[in-house]
Design a protein around this ligand. Structure first.
Ligand code: GSH
Length: 232
């Protein structure tokens, strides 16, 4: 690994992995990606479990061997250790930052339910989980829809607090916007998933704005690569 670089263990099918990689690319943080295919059990080897005992991606490993798991912790650490990264990615204003921290906590507790639904519908049986019954899948779908409604109200609060259309009322997408946009992107891979977002024009407009700021990385570096790898 080159000096001052970071190695990201990731799988492009994983939304927090995509968020960290997109962040490194958009914020121009020197990095390399170590593909860790979940479907092949690469996250269960003794070597990988030393990096993250949970056996999950993403993990960031630094040149001295120190490793950190959890996408939000990784992005915050990279902001803290790369002063050249634009402040807008994780603003130093205490109240804006607190709003973004709250949004990232909410992503884990609420919006992550969208991925739980995709697991109940399609992704679980592709891995090592049994297929969910239609009733169970429907229940997770209701929770996912509810989380999008909650997110709509968070965006409304953001709009009332600042001049911009991103979380915390900012004018540039931050690591919180990126994390949640990647989570919602997961819905696009499951029939009926995009419909979950349709009741909220605010969520759809916000997601389009986040994607636009992240281009060309959003399409080129992640979506196309994820599609190629899914076929291989
Ligand atoms: N809260 C973690 C979530 C990490 C996570 O759930 N990773 C999944 C892929 S999206 C994983 O590695 N799953 C494999 C497993 O649990 O065995 C983060 O934000 O990084």
């Amino acid at each position: 690994m080159a000096a001052s670089s970071v190695r990201i263990y990731a799988d492009f099918v994983s939304q927090p992995s995509r968020a960290v990689i997109l962040f490194c690319r958009a914020a121009r943080i020197p990095h390399e990606v170590k593909l860790t295919r979940l479907a092949k059990g690469a996250n269960r080897t003794a070597e990988f479990l030393k990096l993250n005992p949970l056996g999950q991606v993403p993990v960031a490993e630094f040149e001295d061997g120190w490793a950190l798991a959890e996408s939000h912790a990784i992005m915050k650490y990279l902001c803290a250790t790369h002063p050249e990264v634009e402040d807008s990615w994780y603003p130093s204003d205490a109240r804006v930052r607190a709003r973004l921290d709250a949004a990232m906590d909410m992503q884990h507790s609420q919006i992550r339910r969208c991925s739980t639904w995709t697991f109940a519908r399609v992704m679980g049986p592709l891995g090592d989980l049994p297929a969910a019954s239609p009733e169970v899948a429907e229940w997770h779908g209701k929770m996912a829809r509810r989380s999008i409604k909650q997110f709509d109200s968070v965006l409304a609060q953001s709009a009332a607090e600042g001049p911009g259309s991103f979380l915390g009322g900012t004018e540039r997408a931050s690591i919180a916007d990126l994390s949640i946009a990647c989570e919602l992107q997961q819905l696009e891979g499951v029939p009926g998933g995009v419909e979950f977002m349709q009741p909220s024009a605010r969520v759809l407009d916000w997601q389009a704005a986040v994607k636009e700021q992240l281009q060309p990385h959003w399409d080129e570096a992640c979506l196309k690569r994820a599609a190629r790898e899914a076929e291989s």
